[in-house]
Design a binder for this molecule. Structure first.
Ligand code: ZN
Length: 166
């Protein structure tokens, strides 16, 4: 058995980058996008970007309010579904959602899960680290699969053993 010590992200359980902060992974994804997205149709590029950012956030829920997480999860579900609307519609919806005085983000330690359903996963079938390790040419498909896998993980976890007030 491999007993090598590896630091893991408290939220996604992916191996931490050398920075020690998993947030760096999101920047790695965005760097890949600067190379890959210009080669795609604009709609496909915007979808890939949405899947990357939204999925990363679903796996790192300490930074968002519960209401935002629920909205984001519904949006990813809609965008991975059979009748996904144009990304512009989604952007408009999310813009309306975030408008005004609504609190969208929160500032808390990665280990702070006080706002979450206790069943919200802390490990995932696919993490940002997995996506950054892939071939860049497969990035658009990879982020789509990441989004679908994350929704499936959430669905399975939240369907398990309902808890009072969870
Ligand atoms: Zn992480």
């Amino acid at each position: 058995m491999d007993t090598t010590h590896t630091d893991r992200c408290a939220e996604c359980a992916g191996a931490l980058p050398t920075s020690g902060d998993c947030w760096t992974r999101l920047h790695e994804l965005l760097e890949i996008e600067t190379r890959v997205l210009p080669t795609l149709e604009p709609e496909a590029g915007m979808r890939a970007h949405f899947f990357a950012v939204a999925t990363y956030q679903l796996q790192h829920p300490s930074r968002l309010t519960r209401e935002t997480l629920d909205r984001l999860r519904a949006a990813v579900d809609e965008m991975t579904g059979p009748s996904a609307p144009p990304i512009a519609h989604l952007r408009r919806d999310m813009g309306r959602f975030a408008a005004g005085s609504r609190k969208v983000t929160r500032s808390a330690a990665p280990t702070d899960r006080s706002h979450l359903d206790r069943r919200w996963p802390v490990s995932w079938s696919v993490t940002a680290h997995d996506v950054t390790k892939g071939q860049e040419s497969e990035y658009p498909d990879a982020v789509g699969r990441w989004a679908v896998a994350t929704l499936a993980d959430l669905r399975a976890a939240l369907a398990a053993t309902p808890r009072h007030g969870g």
